[in-house]
Ligand binder design. Structure first.
Ligand SMILES: Cc1cc2nc3c(=O)[nH]c(=O)nc-3n(C[C@H](O)[C@H](O)[C@H](O)COP(=O)(O)OP(=O)(O)OC[C@H]3O[C@@H](n4cnc5c(N)ncnc54)[C@H](O)[C@@H]3O)c2cc1C
Length: 307
């Protein structure tokens, strides 16, 4: 094993700060292998020590490069291989893990080194318990939040093109979904709403507050997977997205563990709830006991927005 190296596996997406952060904890040299466009490889080159690029993907889907990525990783035998929890990242990392006969550890919350072993901490059982898992004797394959996008920098490493033989699969049609995706991970302010909301059209109230704060709208799981008032990529929690904004405002959210796990990294949490005994009040920095239908328009107006 090359204990000095840790690798990041990048699909066609420059959101990689989370990967680099974890990789730097585990190795002094961070190598990226990029199975995406050259522009992505060039951006990533600004934040790692070495970039291997598998060439323009053309119509090949990212997972078609999995055997090439696995081969490169196996040859280098780094201490760790870190990929993103995005759909493309998961497809790649799963194949790499299988090729290395190594489990892929997902839901990683903390990473540390204990001697030569990589030790990861993960929430289990819906967030009520934490497991520490040590990986010994081979690369630890870790799926982590991708984090924010990296930008091209002047002091970037050279992009080394490596010959690749992608599997013979092709994307034959790209059909945009009706709802644009949202990058909650990069948002500075997030306003989350829960079952305290009474009707779908009232989401506009929350959008008004988020707009006045320059933030994004998010929600608890029931609003995205129960009533479908908001798209699934906007729900936060153990089975949804994890965010780390400077400010998280929880509106009409009770504060169940499965939700709050997703905002643990928020710097400041403000809660608005009509029930003064709601668990969210034990987990926030500032709490407003009140009806969201009065509090939210008042806050929005005070911030100069349209209530
Ligand atoms: C395995 C598993 C995984 C899960 N994963 C997730 C996850 O990833 N994310 C997630 O969010 N949940 C998840 N859940 C669900 C979670 O347990 C809770 O059920 C959910 O978070 C509750 O959502 P809520 O706070 O919106 O609703 P509720 O718990 O119903 O809370 C609604 C709150 O609104 C308040 N309220 C009502 N009216 C008003 C008003 N007019 N003004 C102000 N406040 C008002 C109430 O006092 C209450 O506190 C998971 C559950 C399981 C079992």
């Amino acid at each position: 094993m090359n204990a000095a190296q840790s690798w990041i596996v990048v699909a066609d997406d420059a959101a990689a700060t989370g990967l680099v952060e974890v990789a730097r904890t585990l190795g002094t040299e961070v190598v990226a292998v990029v199975a995406g466009r050259r522009a992505v490889a060039e951006a990533v080159a600004g934040v790692v020590d070495r970039v291997l690029w598998l060439g323009e993907p053309g119509t090949a889907p990212v997972e078609a490069f999995a055997p090439d990525v696995a081969r490169l990783v196996a040859e280098a035998a780094p201490r760790a291989v870190v990929g993103a929890t995005t759909p493309g990242g998961r497809a790649l990392l799963g194949a790499v893990g299988a090729a290395l006969r190594s489990p892929v550890l997902a839901g990683v919350e903390r990473v540390e080194l204990a001697g030569d072993d990589v030790v990861v901490t993960r929430s289990v059982l819906g967030g009520i318990s934490q497991h520490r898992t040590a990986v010994a004797g081979g690369p630890a394959v870790l799926a982590v939040d991708a984090g924010a996008a990296v930008a091209v920098s002047d002091t970037a490493a050279a992009v080394e093109e490596v010959a690749a033989t992608p599997l013979p699969a092709q994307v034959v049609e790209v059909r945009p979904t009706t709802v644009a995706g949202v990058d909650l991970g990069a948002a500075r302010v997030v306003v989350g709403v829960g079952r305290g909301l009474k009707a779908r059209e009232d989401v506009a109230l929350i959008s008004g507050l988020a707009g006045a704060l320059g933030g994004e709208v998010a929600c608890s799981r029931p609003l995205a997977e129960g009533v479908d008032w908001l798209p699934k990529d906007r729900y936060i929690g153990i089975s949804g997205q994890r965010v780390s904004p400077e400010l998280y405002v929880a509106v009409g959210i009770s504060g169940q563990l499965q939700h709050m796990v997703g905002v643990r990294e928020a710097k400041v949490i403000v809660a608005v709830n009509s029930d003064k005994a709601a668990p969210v009040f034990a987990q926030c920095d500032y709490g407003i006991v009140g009806d969201l239908y009065q509090v939210v328009p008042a806050l929005t107006a005070a911030l100069g927005g349209t209530a």
